[in-house]
Design a protein around this ligand. Structure first.
Ligand SMILES: Nc1ncnc2c1ncn2[C@@H]1O[C@H](COP(=O)(O)OP(=O)(O)OP(=O)(O)O)[C@@H](O)[C@H]1O
Ligand SMILES: [Mg+2]
Length: 266
């Protein structure tokens, strides 16, 4: 069942709901009243041309950017984005964690310290407990033995795995990935995609911005296609890729679908 941008999104099974989100930079409107919902445990791929507002949307959800208006609900917390209080913002931020394209690690700190940081600073967790969680999360991404290493001693793929461990350590309800593989060479991409697939199985809700169409197709239960700051179409991954309804989606997916078909027929 496909949803249009004006469908009602109030649903207790939704982990994330956004309604009529507007965001401008100066006089330029970037997000034009986005409405979307994500059910608990689902993996959503967010695709669309460069400049369509994907990163801005993630940053608004994570409160790294201030939205102009709209509303948000994550899990049991909701807020009116035009007048969100500092306390509401902090509580909502704790529900999400972000994985960045360029890893965004503290280069002077060890791998372990990078993963522990959020637990100690924002969750006020005792150091020993934070250390145990960090070791556990690094183990999940295959980097337990690199706890004391500095980021520069790791490959790009390994640094991104640290970024994922850091997000997991916060035990978020929703993980927001912004092009987690685009800074990596093609071989390393698969290493990260495997880790993300593993995380997906743990049942955490994930919103993944990606230009890797095969990955988007493969991992996502649902795909959202954005263009020019609007959600053009959203639906089940297979349905949207195999039979896009909107002309803009068809055009965007044309090259990917042609490549996929020709591979299939070889
Ligand atoms: N801090 C900013 N100040 C002004 N304009 C911005 C800012 N950040 C983004 N924009 C503009 O907002 C629009 C959407 O940018 P955004 O980075 O969200 O796109 P995107 O879909 O993530 O693109 P890409 O696929 O290239 O990463 C672009 O026109 C961009 O120039
Ligand atoms: Mg972007």
């Amino acid at each position: 069942m496909r949803e249009t941008k004006n469908d009602r999104v109030q649903d207790v099974n939704n982990m994330l709901e956004i309604r009529d989100l507007w965001k401008s930079y100066g006089t330029k409107t970037i997000l034009h009243g986005l409405t979307m919902s994500v059910k608990e445990g689902r993996v959503i791929s967010l695709i669309g041309p460069s400049g369509s507002g994907k990163t801005t949307l993630l940053r608004c959800i994570n409160f790294l950017e201030k939205s102009d208006s709209g509303s948000i609900r994550i899990d049991d917390l909701s807020a009116d984005l035009s007048k969100v209080s500092a306390a509401q913002k902090m509580a909502l931020r704790r529900k999400t964690a972000m994985v960045f394209q360029n890893y965004a690690l503290f280069l002077n700190n060890s791998v372990g310290q990078n993963v522990m940081e959020g637990l100690i600073v924002s969750k006020k967790m005792p150091k020993e407990k934070a250390r145990a969680i960090a070791l556990d999360m690094l183990d999940k991404v295959g980097l337990k033995s690199r706890f004391e290493s500095k980021p520069f001693e790791l490959s790009g793929g390994q640094q991104q795995r640290v970024g994922i461990a850091r997000a997991l350590a916060l035990n978020p309800k929703v993980i927001l990935f912004d092009e987690p593989t685009s800074a990596l060479d093609p071989e390393t991409v698969n290493e990260i995609l495997d880790v993300i697939k593993c995380v997906a199985q743990s049942g955490v809700t994930m919103l993944i911005v990606t230009h890797e169409m095969m990955f988007a197709y493969d991992i996502a239960t649902q795909v959202i296609f954005m263009d020019k700051g609007e959600i053009v179409e959203q639906g089940e991954a297979k349905e949207l890729f195999d039979a896009p309804r909107e002309e803009r989606t068809k055009q965007f997916l044309l090259r990917f679908n042609l490549a996929r078909d020709s591979e299939y027929y070889i």
